[in-house]
Design a protein around this ligand. Sequence first.
Ligand SMILES: [Fe+2]
Length: 317
Amino acid sequence: MGTDDRGWNGLGYAGVFAPDPVAWRAFATGVCGFVPAEIVPGPRPQGIALPTPGAEGLAADGTCYLKLDRRQWRLAVHPGETPGLAYLGFELRTERAFDRQVERLVDEKIEVREGTQAERDARGVDRLAVVQDPFGHRLELFQGPIIDGPFVSPTGIAFETGSLGMGHAVLFVADIEAALAFYRGVLGFQRSDYMVFGPEGRGIHFLRCTARHHSLALLQIGPPSGLQHLMFEATSIDGVGRALDRALQAGVPISSGLGRHRNDGILSFYMHGPSGFDVEIGWGGVLCGEDWSERQFAGGDDWGHHGLVADSLQPRR
Ligand SMILES: [Fe+2]
């Protein structure tokens, strides 16, 4: 079964925990170039949603919703003492694709439940199903997100999203074989390529569910689980350079300077986000066509990305 048969629309949204969502918002807007959601998701008793003047993306529960394209939101920062991943939302293009994917999970005897009305309201989507991967990462399958106004960042940056999704996530997994069995075997993601390293030769595996080279990568370096980084793809190389300028100006720790990845061709840099995982800002990622064949890579980069070595890929708290 090919990618299209499953009807994925990529990584649609992500939720993270942070002790101080307002501080996260300052990083997200001032450095990354996102903007606060103009209408935060939530119940719509009158059936319509109106902008909340002065909210600056903050919902009543303290969650900060951030926008990086026409979607109502793409990144939610929830208040939480333990920083890190709350959930990843993978989008199905149609109701039929959504139903088929849920049926597939049920057939595979994987616990999955339909989201409640309150959960759908909180995400601003029509359909929602909640499932955990083998390591306890919360995944949300959804369909029918809310679209609102255009994205205009004061920084001038714009992001490659649309049918490719919001970017990519890299997860630590404790057992790469179990991870691949779930994400490839059950969800139907396809492996674009992989690199083998580490004492047990597990390495990192890059999975796609759209033409984007990877919406998800799985990294086994030991027992931990969690989010290693999120990548957002700018529409221009200047978008990356200016984001790096803003990061340096703000004193954000740069975990890996500019470089070009060998496999997906992304030119990017990595910085420490405010809540335990890195944020990568990139440009120029390759797209995988129908004739793409899986391959193995040796060496991560054609140039640059200094500091991004196997020993540096450790969970950060
Ligand atoms: Fe990345």
